[in-house]
Design a protein around this ligand. Structure first.
Ligand code: GDP
Ligand code: IMO
Ligand code: MG
Length: 466
């Protein structure tokens, strides 16, 4: 089974690192397709804990080629430091590959990110200050530098000569910041290029070759659907597309090469940074989730805001990602709560709303409509089969599955790889069939499969194919 995408269904930190790790055995290549070192993916292997920001989680396995795709923005210093950290812990990094077309996060991007956040004081996005937004803005503005540029010092200097005066002017005049020196920047970027030369490659060709050989390629998303630049809670989002479609543009595949999309979510909600969060809890339960769930940012150490699971954006996330199955993490963290609640709709200005509003203002006014479930006390850390879960926990998982409309195939009850319940088969998209040259009514194909392999619903009022 060649191509699987792992995508966060909430506001990030759903446990995508654990999901990648769980599938690692069968996988030949793991590709990061968007974001940068704003991500923080934690993998627990026995007593060892690895926190990775830029290098794909697959790096921990010698049989996997870790690939940083063209859709990622790369801070070369972070990449070098992360590879050095991994080497010092006995993890080989010689086969890490980074796309020649990936954009470079330059020191002025980091400075501008911090300066713009400071300027917005009180109304800031709450970014990770890693230069993500400014680097993607320059990519769209066509004034960015790409990894391949680091290998051409003369051309690099010429490009920086054009770009730097404007960056320095904005930094100095608008933000009162320190300008960057051209010679120093050229020296620094040239040094990055020399050190990263063996890793810089045409990663689209690598990915396509692996797929054509029938190897299993995993696309590891960073952040989550609700932080997506298009589908998230704009402007409180990141500057890339974590949704599954991002794996096509940022990983070098076409949409029909995707066989499986695993949506990762946790049994409650968290959010780092600013922006609306209808189910946020500022009470004892919020503290329970924060402390028991150790909800502190992997990248910035910030407290994550915590709340009940919100099924309103879940339906949207399943749809826009073509999720084929779900991995539900951190069910163990809900143990010990007298009741568990699940938001199934919003009340906005007196109206009950079931569709996730695209307007941030509406979302900010949304009051959650909850379904309430009995809690459970048992420690779930040792549970390995669904039928060993307390009945109340099973009812909660069943309700989440019902609301998602696709199977919850994997349930996680602890950070370690072994603390996992394989609950159901993971359905995949059926193999492509070659279209017939002429339609023959006597051999008309059955209804196409919908998400989860179930036949698509008919007669629901939506337009249907002629
Ligand atoms: P990611 O960014 O989506 O990879 O998620 P993070 O690594 O930022 O945050 C998830 C945290 O939860 C990590 O510390 C994981 O080790 C941990 N984790 C993942 N699954 C479980 C689980 O089922 N139970 C518990 N207790 N911790 C988990
Ligand atoms: P992983 O991959 C959670 C959030 C920031 C901020 C917003 C924009 O570990 O799930 P940015 O620095 O990207 O411009 O910040 O996005 N954010 C994340 N929140 N998990 C992440 O990554 C995040 N990466 C960015 O907190 O609200
Ligand atoms: Mg994280």
């Amino acid at each position: 089974m060649p191509a699987t995408i792992i995508v966060g269904l909430q506001w990030g930190d759903e446990g995508k690192g654990k999901a990648t790790d769980l599938l690692a055995e069968s996988v030949a290549m793991v590709v990061r397709y968007q974001g940068g070192d704003n991500a923080g993916h934690t993998i627990v292997l026995g007593d060892a804990v690895f926190k990775l920001h830029l290098v794909p989680s697959g790096v921990l396995y010698p049989h996997i080629t870790p690939v940083i795709g063209n859709g990622v923005v790369v801070n070369p210093q972070t990449l070098l430091d992360e590879m050095a950290m991994l080497q010092s812990r006995g993890v080989a990094t010689g086969n890490v590959r980074v796309s020649e077309a990936a954009h470079v996060i330059m020191p002025y991007h980091v400075a501008l990110d911090g300066a713009m956040e400071a300027r917005l004081a009180g109304d800031e996005i709450g970014t990770t200050h890693r230069g993500i937004g400014p680097a993607y803005a320059d990519r769209a503005w066509r004034v960015g530098l790409r990894m391949a540029d680091l290998l051409e010092p003369r051309a690099l200097r010429a490009r920086l000569e054009r770009v730097l005066p404007e960056k320095n002017a904005v930094l100095a005049q608008t933000h009162g910041g320190e300008p960057f020196d051209l010679d120093e920047l050229v020296a620094r970027t040239t040094d990055w290029g020399e050190r990263l030369r063996p890793h810089i490659a045409d990663t689209t060709a690598l990915v396509q070759r692996a797929l054509s050989k029938g190897l299993h390629v995993l696309f590891e998303g960073a952040q989550g659907t609700l932080l997506d630049l298009d589908h998230g809670t704009y402007p409180y989002v990141t500057s890339s597309n974590p949704v599954a479609g991002g794996a096509c543009t940022g990983g070098g595949i076409g949409p029909l090469q995707v066989d499986e999309v695993i949506g990762v979510m946790k049994a409650y909600a968290t959010r780092v940074g600013s922006g609306p969060f209808p189910t946020e809890l500022a009470d004892e339960t919020g503290r329970h989730l924060l402390e028991k769930g150790r909800e502190f940012g992997t990248t910035t150490g910030r407290r994550r805001r915590c709340g009940w699971f919100d099924a309103v954006p879940l339906r949207r996330a399943v749809a826009v990602n073509s999720v084929t199955s779900i991995m539900l993490n951190k069910l163990d963290i809900l143990s010990g709560l007298p009741q568990v609640r699940l938001c199934v709709a919003y009340r906005i200005d007196g109206h009950v709303v079931e569709e996730f509003p695209s307007s941030g203002d509406l979302l900010a006014r949304a009051e959650p409509v909850y379904e309430t479930f009995d809690g459970w006390d048992a420690d779930l850390g040792g549970v390995r089969r669904s039928d060993q879960l307390p009945p109340a926990a099973r009812r909660y998982v069943d309700a989440l599955e019902q609301l998602a409309g696709v199977p919850i195939s994997i349930v996680s009850v602890g950070a370690d790889r072994t603390a996992t319940i394989l609950r159901r088969e993971r359905p995949r998209r059926p193999p492509l069939s070659v279209p017939a040259l002429a339609a023959d009514p006597s051999t008309a194909s059955p209804a196409p499969a919908g998400p989860g392999g179930t036949p698509a619903a008919a007669g629901d009022g939506e337009p249907s194919a002629p």
